[in-house]
Design a protein around this ligand. Sequence first.
Ligand code: NAD
Length: 432
Amino acid sequence: MSLSYNHNEISKIEGHLNGPLFQNALKNLEEAAALIDCDKNVLERLKKPRKCVTVSVPVRMDDYSVKVFTGYRVQYNATLGPYKGGIRYHQNVDLPEVVGLAALMTFKNSVLGLPLGGAKGGVCVDPNLLSRTEKQNLTRRYTSEIGSFIGPTKDIPAPDVGTDPQTMAWMMDTYSQEYGGFSQAGVVTGKPVEIGGSLGRNHATGLGVIFVTEKAFEHCHIPFNGARIVIQGFGNVGSFAALFAHQRGAKIIAVSDVNGGIHNGDGFNIPELLEYVKTHKTVKDFPKSQPISNEALLELDCEALLPCALEGQIDLHNAEKIKAKVIVEGANGPISNPATKVLTKRGIFIAPDVVANGGGVIVSYFEWVQDIMSFFWDESEIDNRLKTIITKAFDNVVKFKLEKNCDMRSAAMAVSVKRLEKAMLLRGLYPR
Ligand code: NAD
């Protein structure tokens, strides 16, 4: 008897493709495909993840009970090289979210010109509720469960929300013990420097954001020196972006974190603010500043707005109120697709996330290369190579935007899809 499915059954089977993040990525993909007249068979293949792995992760808790968590690894596309993408520990992680994030990694790695495919993984867990031992137990068992799918030449995880260099150290050690018993540093990136991590990884995304801001200003004829910059989010990305912009002569007039924002029209002394945050754990109540809400901060008059916190910050409800001349997306997905159209129409220049926050994966790529060679570069070499790659990606996207007269997000996606299309057509379809 042959199997046949009606449409509803297929939707049920493909429920993992129904997440909002993935559906948004598909919308961007289809728009980009139309712009480049993409081969329809390639487009068909690009709309689906190659492999989705779901695993149960039993963990011995400190009270000796066992809790079973659910983990995922989605390998989206490996046309350009081994799969690459982070591991997220968060209570909202589910398969549809991981599929969406894996698709985004595919398009990001392609537009950046890296020889890497796209993947993502995660475990549905609130890491703040785990002790250090429980987190280590969870990481080692999760690594063991996905062990046969990852590897230094196959699929290379990295940190993401809720995971850090220590998590990567445990992953690397577990994989090394299970597969040969020797050190396999290249299986993950974002490791501590002492075990094969790269110099410059910690500040890479913030520095990349500022290289892209410099290019965006150049494009819009705005001098960097004295430019007023507003930054939402003062974590890894936002705080390093603030420091590098300050060092280059910009005035950081407002910053915020989850507790609220601060404003000073004359610009903050960023090294002093960083010291303040070290002790107070927030930017709130920094001396010589006025409080400002996160909503009002986004609407300040400035040369550049750098959203470096969360997704979905600028939508149709506030797109008309934004006064920045340039927006550089440090965070993933801070501006919705419809808001992008409104802002672009209003003449606001957007540097899209896939390029603007690519510094992290670029230096992860350098870490992987250094691990394979067992030969390590100094920090200035890494920063310079990062600048070369990220500015080239930016230039490619601007060139496409000018040729097709489209918005920067569509241009970035089109450049990305075009590279994937060429490679997929060259490789062909196996068996045929
Ligand atoms: P982080 O956790 O270090 O910092 C996040 C910051 O945002 C914190 O200051 C937090 O207080 C603030 N924040 C949280 N909720 C907020 C709210 N409602 N309003 C204002 N601020 C709020 O995270 P991160 O690593 O800096 O990542 C920030 C963004 O950049 C995320 O979207 C992440 O996916 C993206 N990103 C990070 C990297 C990287 O290498 N760290 C690379 C690419 C993309």
